[in-house]
Ligand binder design. Structure first.
Ligand code: ADP
Length: 391
């Protein structure tokens, strides 16, 4: 059965088509700069990557081109072969704790939740509507980034604000990257051949979050109401004293909107280093003797360690610590620095095993109290699996 996994951003559309249940990727690609000019798309098919410049006025045009590519390349013989389209949605609020089939009510709820994810949910709605128009016969599903975190207890998801406000404005910790945390949870169950695991999962990419997982369920996670909370990220500040905002808005005479932009786009590694949000540039800066890059990396690693320590206590120990996503899979330095700072817990890195990029493996010595793993994440296959199961 052919299933399309789709991730729509405000100006992008990423896709992978799978043959299910084999989970074979048939074709993948990304449409970029939709609606903002100089648009193009890249497609990976049969081991070859092609880039095509195209006028992409909106997501519907991108879907139409995508379908034409599928037909021209004979990935499908006709549209009826596409049985399901799974869409990634960032915010599902308290409505959704699992993947669901799209209907009018589901769409209305995603729309209602746009206030909590103003950059992301509207793009998903545009994508769903475009897919419905272009492939009306396919079952459309929505896979929520927040769903996996809906198992958190009240004491972990509530903020100590006036309770009425928490209710009225739905202020709580929702978390993010849930599809990735769920994928890693399942993969670790397969690797260790057990479901009753205590896991600390470090999804460290440009955006980053850590989850504490027990018996397959999320107990706590570092992202909050929005993906700004928790770890220091590429350009997001992570946890800070909330009154810094009111103080700075007053001093700099800036609006809430502008403050929001600075917290999300000009902070984190970029803010401290003044160089870049990309950890590769930070590593290059350190090699060149840039002290602010060094400081940014030290703070970045320290925050990861703080969260691992917090969740280690919360879970009362753990069976494995997992590194995933761009930095987690690729940066041996960041992983090494995190593991070295966890020596107090009896964690012993194996520097040779850790000297690798994007490969699933154990990176600690055999006598480490807790094994650390690299497990490459795969959010797209999780979307395809959920969609396939629903169909
Ligand atoms: P997101 O999905 O949040 O945009 P990714 O998980 O794709 O992010 O991670 C992207 C980040 O991974 C880059 O910004 C970069 O910092 C980091 N990264 C990728 N490759 C390497 C590498 N070889 N060494 C260090 N960091 C890397």
């Amino acid at each position: 059965m052919k299933i399309l996994s789709v991730n729509c951003g405000s100006s992008s559309l990423k896709f992978q088509m799978y043959e299910m249940p084999e989970e074979k990727v048939l074709i993948s690609g990304v449409f970029e700069r939709i609606g903002i000019g100089e648009s193009f798309y890249t497609i990976k098919f049969n081991g070859e990557k092609t880039k095509v410049e195209a006028t992409l006025d909106n997501h519907k045009t991108a879907f139409e081109i995508l379908i034409k590519e599928l037909l021209d390349r004979k990935v499908v013989a006709n549209l009826d072969e596409i049985k399901g389209i799974g869409h990634r949605v960032v915010q599902g609020g308290t409505y959704f704790d699992k993947t669901v089939v799209v209907d009018e009510d589901v769409l209305a709820k995603i729309e209602e939740l746009c206030v909590l994810a103003p950059l992301h949910n509207p793009a998903a709605i545009i994508g769903i509507n475009a897919a419905k128009e272009v492939v009306p016969g396919a079952v459309q599903t929505v896979v929520f980034d927040t769903a996996f975190h809906q198992t958190m207890a009240e004491e972990n998801y509530l903020y100590a604000l006036p309770y009425d406000w928490c209710e009225k404005y739905r202020i709580r910790r929702y978390g993010a990257h849930g599809t990735s945390h769920k994928y890693i949870t399942k993969r670790m169950s397969e690797l260790l051949n057990r479901d009753d695991l205590k896991l600390i999962i470090c999804h460290i990419g440009n955006g980053a979050s850590i989850s504490a997982v027990k018996d397959g369920k999320c107990v706590n996670t570092s992202m909050g109401l929005t993906p700004n909370a928790g770890l220091i990220m590429g350009s997001r500040c992570g946890d800070i004293d909330a009154t810094i905002l009111t103080y700075l808005m007053d001093k700099e005479n800036i609006s809430a909107k502008e403050m929001d932009r600075i917290l999300n786009k000009e902070s984190g590694l970029l803010g401290i280093s003044g160089v870049s949000s990309d950890s590769r540039d930070i590593e290059d800066g350190i090699a060149a003797g840039n002290v602010r890059c060094e400081l940014a990396q030290t703070m970045y690693v320290k925050r990861i360690v703080d969260y691992i320590a917090k969740y280690y206590v919360e879970l009362e120990g753990c069976d494995a610590i997992v590194f995933t996503a761009g930095v987690g899979e690729n940066s041996k330095n960041t992983r090494m620095q995190v593991m070295e700072r966890l020596a107090v817990l009896g964690i012993k890195p194996d520097s040779e095993a850790n000297d690798v990029r994007g490969e699933e493996r154990v990176i600690t010595a055999t006598d480490s109290t807790v094994p650390c793993y690299i497990v490459p994440t795969d959010e797209e296959v999780m979307i395809a699996r959920d969609t396939y199961e629903l169909i």
